[in-house]
Design a protein. Structure first.
Length: 182
């Protein structure tokens, strides 16, 4: 999975560097929440304006882990998502821009359980005191993005999207973007 994320990041960087269109690169971060994951998370985001109407975005969200005590041990569940989007601007004023968003999304989850030996032997007949499982799901996301200008160098963003695929959930994101070029 790390290899896939690295390849996608290099591809995005290559596109940004080699595109001759008059473009604007913005990077930033914020907070996110997903309904079926039921946890808040932190995100990093990069956007690239291709022209006055079209732009692209890449984002990564790490959701805070969920820990549950069970049978004298602990079960920890961790979620993350990575997406690459195409965005179409359908409304713009001096202060706000609204965009339709559609893209590919990868959602991952890992579950790790750990037990101390004394409690574990009360419930299970095994020598394995810990176990790990993970899953990665691919899907598509569709939604709405709003960006609010805070001058020429930065802005706030909000996004609401529904992700369809192996992991179906409604995701909300909000944060700040800093513009890097003209």
């Amino acid at each position: 999975m790390k290899k896939l994320l690295g390849i996608l990041a290099i591809a995005l960087l290559f596109t940004v560097v080699t595109n001759e269109a008059k473009a604007q690169l913005s990077i930033g971060g914020g907070l996110g929440y997903a309904t079926d994951i039921s946890k808040p998370g932190v995100l990093v985001k990069a956007t690239y304006d291709i022209d006055e109407t079209w732009s692209g975005a890449a984002h990564f969200t790490y959701y805070f882990p969920d820990k549950v005590e069970l049978f004298g041990g602990e079960i920890k569940t961790t979620w993350w998502s990575f997406g690459v989007d195409g965005r179409y601007k359908f409304m713009e004023t001096d202060a706000i821009a609204l965009r339709g968003v559609a893209g590919l999304i990868v959602t991952g989850v890992s579950v790790k359980s750990e037990y101390n030996e004394e409690d574990y032997n009360l419930y299970f007949k095994s020598d394995d005191l810990s176990s790990t499982a993970s899953s990665t799901e691919f899907g598509v996301g569709v939604g709405l993005n709003a960006e609010f200008a805070l001058g020429d160098a930065m802005g706030l963003f909000g996004e609401l999207r529904y992700n369809l695929g192996g992991a179906n959930y409604l995701a909300a994101q909000a944060g700040i973007l800093f513009k890097l070029g003209n």
